[in-house]
Ligand binder design. Structure first.
Ligand code: FEO
Length: 394
């Protein structure tokens, strides 16, 4: 990535990964990503903020050379996951006097993952201010965004908050700043949904810790830099709130069409009664899109046939994922078709133990629905509509 000067003596020196399409071998990245790393010159001191994925280390090193950084004094490591820390050993090998500024927990993880020597660390405490050269760095511990060691750094003189994964988005863009707010919101929401949503409650506490800072810029380590910080701060406040939207996410898989008929009937009924619906066929849907829709939907409806003795594996997979992501969904409906029996309902119920949802009376139908089954589905639809009305969403 080209070096981008953000302010006098502050540069973005990381890397854009245009081609990456999967993160953690799980999360789809339709728009690629970036590993933002920042270089700060503070009088005679040079400070690097996070590094880049090790596959991109040469770009970072080249950028540092281009800026004539012959001496690096510190590397601030906010998070030990390798897409930000993985190049630190290579940097330390070139800049042999550099120290890694981090907290105790991150040090432990960096030592176990990357085998960095104990003597290389300079440990900091929560809310500590460290003067380096002519600049003051305030370190604020913000655990679980999204690992236990994560913290952020507030550069006091420049009013910049460096947040690593916190407020990030998986976006490959030649512009460091937002060009289209709708696209930026969706990318940030995808990132929140896939990575931050399980930690919704602790994020609220972390936002509280930074709320009194005078922030002119938020510089995460993925995606956009926010020169209007309220854009992303307001989105996060909405996402972590208990408020849900008048929306039902419908995820389903159908083997021979019976479950599809059930789903089609429900979706039509919900739309006719004023509920917004997002429908996903699990055989061809992007899990990230499903995760985005889970961020603020009041209701989730899961449709599955019974295969062998349980739910279709795709339905079980998305249920497991939903349980891990812990969306603030209020209501969950389970519907589907079976041939001769099975444990579909019990297996799915056992998979949602993290979810604080009210289970709508499930409708499991033998074979393809007939008149008596459609009456059950009408009742299912009416129950959801009533729940939304009770929450004043309708
Ligand atoms: Fe971008 Fe948790 O690493």
């Amino acid at each position: 990535m080209a070096i981008i000067k953000l302010k006098e003596d502050i540069y973005s020196v990381g890397s854009i990964d245009w081609d990456r399409r999967l993160f953690d071998e799980l999360i789809p990245l339709p728009d690629g990503t970036s590993y933002n790393s920042y270089l700060i010159k503070a009088d005679d001191k040079n400070i690097l903020i996070d590094s880049v994925d090790p596959t991109k280390k040469d770009e970072l090193i080249k950028n540092l050379k281009e800026l004539n950084i012959d001496k690096l004094d510190y590397i601030i490591s906010h998070h030990s996951e390798q897409d930000h820390s993985g190049s630190i050993p290579f940097i330390l090998n070139i800049y042999k006097d550099a120290k890694v500024i981090t907290n105790e927990k991150c040090k432990e993880l960096l030592m176990s993952h990357l085998h960095i020597d104990d003597e290389k660390f300079h440990l900091i405490n929560d809310n500590e201010i460290l003067k380096i050269g002519n600049k003051n760095f305030k370190f604020i511990f913000t655990p679980w965004v999204h690992w236990p060691e994560t913290f952020v750094t507030y550069l006091i003189e420049d009013k910049i908050l460096f947040t690593c994964d916190f407020f990030g988005s998986h976006t490959a863009s030649s512009s460091p700043y937002i060009e289209n707010e709708c696209i930026a919101e969706k990318n940030a929401k995808r990132y929140y949904a896939e990575i931050m949503m399980p930690f919704r409650n602790i994020i609220e506490k972390n936002l509280e810790k930074i709320k009194d800072l005078d922030i002119k810029m938020i510089a995460p380590s993925h995606g956009y830099i926010y020169d209007k910080p309220e854009f992303i701060l307001n989105l996060y406040k909405d996402w972590i709130s208990d408020d849900v939207k008048n929306k039902a996410v419908v995820v389903y898989v159908s083997m021979h069409g019976s479950t599809r008929n059930i789903i089609n009937y429900i979706v039509k009924g919900l739309i006719e009664k004023g509920i917004n619906v997002q429908q996903f066929n699990l055989t061809n849907s992007d899990l990230g899109e499903i995760a985005i829709s889970l961020v603020d939907s009041a209701t989730v409806i899961l449709g599955t046939p019974t295969i062998l003795t349980g739910p279709h594996p795709l339905a079980l997979y998305v249920t497991y994922l939903m349980n891990a992501l812990k969306p603030k969904t209020k209501f969950l409906g389970i519907v589907g078709s079976y041939g001769w029996g099975g444990q579909t309902l019990n297996i799915l119920k056992d998979t949602i133990k993290n979810l604080k949802v009210e289970l709508i009376e499930p409708v499991l139908i033998k074979g393809d629905p007939i008149d008596k089954d459609y009456k059950l589905l009408d009742n299912f639809i009416d129950t959801i509509v009533k729940k939304h009305k009770d929450l004043k969403l309708l």
